[in-house]
Design a protein around this ligand. Structure first.
Ligand SMILES: Cc1cc2nc3c(=O)[nH]c(=O)nc-3n(C[C@H](O)[C@H](O)[C@H](O)COP(=O)(O)OP(=O)(O)OC[C@H]3O[C@@H](n4cnc5c(N)ncnc54)[C@H](O)[C@@H]3O)c2cc1C
Length: 488
């Protein structure tokens, strides 16, 4: 039952699906509009510096292991993984920060220094989070979101209350210290919504953070993309870059192929790993499942303003990952989710991969990535980007007690307009569709089209959700559905 399968895009989910489907013996071709693969996880190289354009946090190493094990391989066959110690640090004021080390014991000691007795509560909180991790990441997320019954298991039934409480509430029940509260609320930001809108059950992200740790693949996250590309190609997948998909062709409610760079290509199955909203725009309107109104009402994960900066010296008082939580989160969160606007006082994140990885910058120099989360759909103009660089770099200098402005060799920025142009991203979102209670599993855009036979979707706007590990899982889930359809 060998089929011709055409895949749109080459992000994590598409590459994962390409590998699974090629392994089943299908003729798989991936069409990527950009000149390199990887989607949001592409790489920027300049003047001897190397930056990950998108993801920088390698969390949930077990998901990557499970992916490669499905092919009789392991991550180490493709890239070298470094466990970060410290995992990261969080600034709350001038020379005032908490460092999160690489084991729960050490993190408990840091908590205890902040608030006496907090380490006991932390251990209990993380034990519950581990339990949730075992239920969610080892089982539930590997279900394709076809029915609400997928979520009803004896294990989830016992935890039902946690679906109707929020991370914010649960954390605040146990911890008074506002610094510890913001550290414990940080991991669910990866899911794209406010902690006050994220079900308490999602505390499995805290286990990923404190229980499993933060890793860095040598040469950056892009080395995972390169590994997956090598794997998919070794199984026979053909990956074509600079191939813009202009249309998904449909005849009598069945997908028949793609128009790529003006040429018609026939296929038995079409899978799109491009942003779901864009993928549906490639169809005649009668074949779209979701209206503009549907997308407009959804809670999207933030977009971002990013800077990739080459410094001509090593920086001090920062770790590989450093968070700047020295301004109130609530005001910035309101400007992302409730009243979209450029933030008055933004929280920001900075990563210095050259702290750990000598391939990221020439000797004696530092590679810096700065990220400010923003509401999708804001007006993005060069003057605003400049204003915000000035804003955060001045704060950075003050908080970390060093001068760096005159040490910038170059800086490049990436923001809303670039997300739209580079990835056809809806409103320039960076991390897809947020995971809230009403945007979980079967309530998310479907992996399989209900209107067109032989048409499937994958990626961070679909099931299970945003982030690199969920994208790998999405590629696996959709491949399973495609196999089922073929076997019918
Ligand atoms: C700045 C940033 C930081 C992040 N940080 C982290 C992190 O630290 N850890 C983490 O786990 N996750 C992180 N994420 C999220 C993670 O990167 C994404 O969830 C994941 O990469 C999404 O993969 P995907 O397969 O859904 O698709 P994408 O990466 O979006 O790939 C879609 C592909 O489709 C292509 N495409 C679109 N339209 C067409 C067309 N018409 N024809 C051909 N090709 C097309 C695009 O060019 C793109 O290559 C981050 C994301 C961003 C943007």
């Amino acid at each position: 039952m060998k089929k011709r399968i055409a895949i749109v895009g080459s992000g994590f989910s598409s590459l994962a699906a390409a590998a699974y489907l090629a392994k089943e013996g299908h003729e798989v071709t991936v069409y990527e509009k950009n000149s390199t693969v990887g989607g949001r996880a592409r790489q920027l190289k300049r003047d001897g510096f190397t930056f990950d354009i998108g993801p920088t946090w390698y969390w949930m190493p077990d998901v990557f292991e499970r992916f490669f094990n499905d092919f009789g391989k392991k991550p180490a066959d493709y890239y070298e993984l470094i466990k970060l110690n410290p995992a990261y640090s969080v600034y709350f004021g001038e020379n005032d920060f908490i460092t999160i080390k690489d084991s729960l014991e050490k993190i408990c000691a840091a908590f205890e220094e902040e608030e006496t007795g907090s380490s006991i509560k932390l251990k209990q909180f993380i034990a519950e989070a581990k339990d949730n991790y075992d239920i969610a990441i080892k089982d539930l997320v590997y279900r394709p979101g076809l029915s609400p019954f997928e979520l009803i298991t004896p294990a989830t039934f016992k935890k039902i209350g946690q679906f109707f409480s929020t991370i914010s509430k649960e954390v605040r029940k146990e911890f008074d210290n506002p610094r510890l509260v913001s550290i414990l609320e940080f991991p669910v930001l990866f899911l794209g919504a406010k902690p006050s809108k994220t079900p308490a059950f999602y505390s499995f992200m805290n286990y990923a953070d404190f229980g499993l740790g933060t890793f860095h693949p040598k040469n950056g996250m892009y080395s995972v993309i390169e590994g997956m590309q090598a794997l998919a190609e070794s199984l026979g997948a053909d990956i074509q870059t600079e191939s813009v998909v202009e249309k998904i062709n449909v005849e009598k409610n069945r997908a028949t192929g793609l128009s790529v760079n003006g040429e018609n290509i026939e296929a038995d199955i079409i899978l799109s790993g491009a942003d779901y909203h864009h993928s549906e725009s490639l169809l005649d309107s009668k074949y779209r499942q979701y209206s503009e109104r549907y997308w407009d009402k959804k809670i999207f994960a933030p977009s971002s303003l990013l800077f990739y900066v080459g410094f001509n010296k090593k920086l001090k008082n920062v770790e590989h990952h450093t968070l700047f939580f020295d301004v109130p989160f609530d005001a910035h969160a309101r400007e992302i989710y409730d009243e979209p606007a450029w933030p008055e006082d933004p929280l920001f994140y900075a990563s210095f991969p050259s702290k750990t990885d000598d391939t990221a910058a020439p000797e004696g120099k530092e590679a810096g990535i700065f990220l400010i989360p923003l509401a999708p759909g804001l007006t993005d103009i060069p003057e605003l980007r400049e204003e915000y660089f000035e804003k955060i770099i001045s704060r950075f200098e003050q908080l970390t007690n060093q001068k760096v402005k005159n040490n910038v060799i170059f800086k490049e920025s990436f923001c809303i307009n670039d997300f739209v142009e580079a990835y056809n991203s809806y409103k320039g979102n960076a991390y897809g569709l947020a995971n809230t209670l009403f945007q979980t599993a079967f309530l998310r855009p479907r992996l399989k089209s209900s209107k067109v036979k032989g048409l499937f979707f994958t990626g961070q706007l679909s099931v299970p959700g945003p982030g690199v590990p969920p994208s790998l899982i999405s590629g696996k889930l959709v491949s399973g559905l495609i196999q089922k359809e073929i076997a019918k």
